[in-house]
Design a protein around this ligand. Structure first.
Ligand code: ZN
Length: 258
């Protein structure tokens, strides 16, 4: 989500430019049943008028009451505007400019372009994505709302925080970093947190997003260097635990996360 926020800021520079052509060569990359011809017809002649983000979804509204373009980047998608990558150090992404990885390109009047490059094709493009399927954005959720999201749930805390329908934006690395900073065990039942713990989690959520955002992305956390077998906690030196929680590889410290 921190990466997508960076992409949103980059895409802002494309607002108001007239779209003259669209390349959508990869049917797999088009979601929601749209065909390449439909996407081309919906965008050509219009321009982007607003840039928004909800969780990991980048939203570009179009002129003349046209559709909203939704862009997802998965783990390896990179946004390029006017020939420049919006992020130059994304951990999982390659910055080789292989034309075969260009899944979607919007060409503007004057020869500039917005390109989505994705070697692993984990992202996607959709017209009018259902934004209501997503929970409130993790960067702006309030403490009371966060408490309600967790309350009464038997799901592991980490899985609940990553459930995009309840809270949009948190991926695997960010959630491990957040829980490590918050001294909370990712496997604990989400509903078992007391009010003090919810406040601590919320405080750390804001702080973690701010700090990692300014450092350059979700892979810039303090726990990151210890995400390998046999590592120890950067805070207290205890051996880290490696588990699968919510289907994702999870690192946590049994000494200080409870
Ligand atoms: Zn520790």
């Amino acid at each position: 989500m921190l990466e997508v926020e960076t992409y949103r800021r980059a895409a802002h520079a494309s607002l108001g430019r007239t779209i003259v052509a669209v390349d959508a060569p990869d049917a797999w990359f088009l979601k929601g049943g749209a065909t390449s011809a439909q996407v081309v017809a919906a965008l050509v002649g219009r321009s982007f008028v607003t840039d928004r983000r909800r969780g990991k979804l980048l939203l570009l509204d179009t002129s003349d009451d046209g559709p909203t373009l939704g862009l997802r980047f998965g783990m390896t998608g990179v946004l390029e505007l006017d020939g420049v990558d919006a992020i130059d150090q994304l951990q999982y992404a390659s910055h080789r400019k292989d034309p075969a990885w260009e899944r979607f390109v919007v060409h503007f009047h004057g020869g500039t372009a917005l390109r989505l490059r994705d070697p692993r094709r984990l992202g996607g493009v959709e017209l009018d994505p259902d934004e209501e399927r997503l929970g409130p954005d993790a960067a702006s959720v309030g403490v009371a709302e966060l408490g309600r999201i967790l309350a009464g749930s038997d799901a592991p805390l980490k899985a609940r925080l990553m459930d995009q329908a309840r809270l949009a934006g948190l991926g695997n690395l960010l959630t491990d970093e957040l829980l490590w900073r918050s001294a909370l065990d990712p496997a604990r039942a989400a509903g078992s947190l007391g009010p003090t713990e919810v406040r601590r989690l919320h405080r750390n959520l804001r702080r973690t997003l701010d700090e990692l955002g300014s450092r350059g992305g979700s892979h810039m956390g303090d726990l990151q260097e210890a995400r390998h077998r046999g590592s120890v906690c950067p805070r207290d030196g205890a051996p880290l635990q490696r588990r699968t929680i919510g289907g994702r590889t999870t690192y946590s410290c049994p000494a200080h996360q409870h």
